[in-house]
Design a protein around this ligand. Structure first.
Ligand SMILES: Nc1ncnc2c1ncn2[C@@H]1O[C@H](COP(=O)(O)OP(=O)(O)OP(=O)(O)O)[C@@H](O)[C@H]1O
Ligand SMILES: [Mg+2]
Length: 464
């Protein structure tokens, strides 16, 4: 039996067991329970090993509000008021067991091993009573507390005050639950899958690697053209490994707060270490090389040097931080930047087979009449995963203009043709190219300035 009553009784029982057993810490509670009991002004719980303002204080008091927060059921009292062992206190709103023994028995008769394995607190409590239930397994399956949004927020709040606003421009932290894509949504090459598997194994066997003195592991550089899935893969990895995702936007280093930049880079790494285990993602990594070779502002150079030094000092094995850089200009990276990564992962434009697979993945939830991904793959040579998504979006929007939500292969083919047109436009030199393109009706897409012809501005436009 499942349903509201069982979920709610489980929640209440967990709160009760947790309150009574001081050896349990917040990491032993399922994430939605932690969120329900999290209090921003609680004394930090030392048992999590990391200071964070706020936390979870005993005793956990169950009310309709916490039940709804943790289980998602509105009017929870209605679901359990018929049980003989529950009561609701009129004054405080507390919802409690009148008879713990009865509640326990009721729950034990209805729960399953699978359920208990997703609740370390109860797994420990009922370990003896259930075949295949043990605390260690449940704990390993439970998402660690440092990956919770509430925990991340309170840590950031503690580390940065209002004056540090520029810091928040530079770093963005996502909880794994906030990442929408998973590795399953991505079509990867065998090589990419191999690299990802290696990293997963390295994280799993961290202690072993440390014991044999292998520390130079856990710095990846994703290299490939725009739209080939570099950012998405890094985030999906965070999602699938349940790790917080710390993203540093390197281009922000050139923002207006130059004096503070080096300090901010330091702080970004500190955030990562405090959130560890986590993924630290640096997009636009070529920015680093660019600033070293050009005559940039001294403050920027200082920041970039700090960055390189911090990269050297951080380690997956010691600090539990997996570092991922991404670039679509590998040619611009100098030896100093290049040498800091131990694995280079290539993100090529997808080949025929991958294009067909990407089309299958991105249309998974859709109904398409006469869908033939192989034929479309044939027509889309040179397009990236991101391009294919755009194609699909156009097809969907075009169909909607005809009030249709069922697509056909023809819609997709039209969208591919439309995409090619757009692509031609993008690659056209607006100054020297076909003057017809500048006449309204033929093309008025301001995106055409995207690609930079360095001298285009210096020349007077032909034909004007
Ligand atoms: N191999 C792929 N399989 C499935 N989807 C893909 C693939 N490659 C790209 N996409 C889709 O294209 C979109 C853009 O990808 P993403 O932003 O990760 O590219 P990127 O390599 O980081 O590009 P950039 O270099 O511009 O930052 C995502 O929504 C992603 O889902
Ligand atoms: Mg990207």
């Amino acid at each position: 039996m499942t349903g509201p009553a069982l979920d709610i009784v489980e929640f209440m029982l967990t709160a009760r067991v947790y309150s009574d057993n001081r050896e349990l810490d917040p990491g032993d509670l399922p994430p939605p329970y932690r969120r329900a009991f999290w209090s921003a002004d609680a004394e930090p719980d030392e048992s999590t090993g990391r200071p964070a303002p706020g936390g979870i204080e005993r005793p956990l008091s169950v009310t309709a509000t916490t039940i709804t927060e943790a289980t998602g059921y509105g009017h929870p009292w209605d679901a359990i008021s018929g049980l003989m062992f529950t009561e609701k206190k009129d004054f405080s709103g507390a919802i409690e067991f009148t008879d713990l023994g009865m509640a326990e028995k009721w729950y034990r008769e209805r729960t399953t091993a699978e359920r208990l394995l997703s609740n370390p607190t109860l797994a420990l409590y009922f370990e003896e009573d259930f075949e295949g239930v043990d605390y260690e397994t449940a704990l390993a399956r439970n998402r660690p507390i440092h990956a919770d949004r509430v925990w991340i927020d309170s840590l950031l709040e503690q580390m940065f005050d209002e004056e540090d606003e520029e810091m928040l421009d530079l770093v963005e932290v996502r909880a794994p639950e906030e990442v929408e894509m998973t590795l399953d949504d991505l079509v990867l090459t065998a090589d990419q899958e191999g690299e990802i598997l290696k990293i997963v194994k390295a994280i799993e066997h961290r202690d072993y690697l440390a014991s044999i003195g292998l520390r130079e592991i856990g710095k990846l550089l994703f290299v490939g053209p725009p739209g080939t899935g570099k950012t998405t893969s890094a985030r999906a990895l965070a999602h699938d490994l349940d790790l917080p995702f710390v993203e540093v936007k390197l281009s922000m280093i050139t923002s207006q707060y130059l004096g503070e930049t080096a300090k901010n880079v330091d702080k970004a790494f500190e955030v990562a270490k405090r959130l560890a285990p986590c993924i630290f993602f640096m997009d636009e990594f070529d920015f680093v090389a660019k600033t070293r070779s050009s005559d940039e502002h001294a403050a920027i150079k200082r920041a970039v040097n700090t960055l390189l030094k911090s990269i050297d000092e951080i380690s997956l094995i010691q600090d539990e931080v997996l570092l991922i850089g991404a670039t679509n200009h590998p040619d611009q990276l100098d030896a100093a930047a290049w040498r800091r990564f131990d694995e280079i992962v290539n993100f090529p434009k997808p080949d025929h087979q991958m294009r067909a697979d990407i089309l299958r993945v991105i249309t998974r939830q859709m109904e398409i009449v006469d869908f033939d991904p192989e034929a479309l793959a044939e027509e889309t040579e040179g397009l990236t995963g991101s391009d294919l998504r755009l194609v699909l979006r156009e097809a969907v929007l075009d169909a909607l203009t005809e009030e249709r939500t069922t697509l056909t292969q023809g819609d997709l083919e039209d969208a591919v043709a439309g995409f090619e047109e757009r692509d031609n436009l993008k690659n056209m030199d607006m100054m020297n190219g076909d003057p017809d393109a500048l006449i309204a009706g033929n093309g008025h897409d301001s995106h055409s300035h995207d690609h930079d012809h360095a001298h285009a501005h210096d020349r007077p436009a032909d034909g004007t």
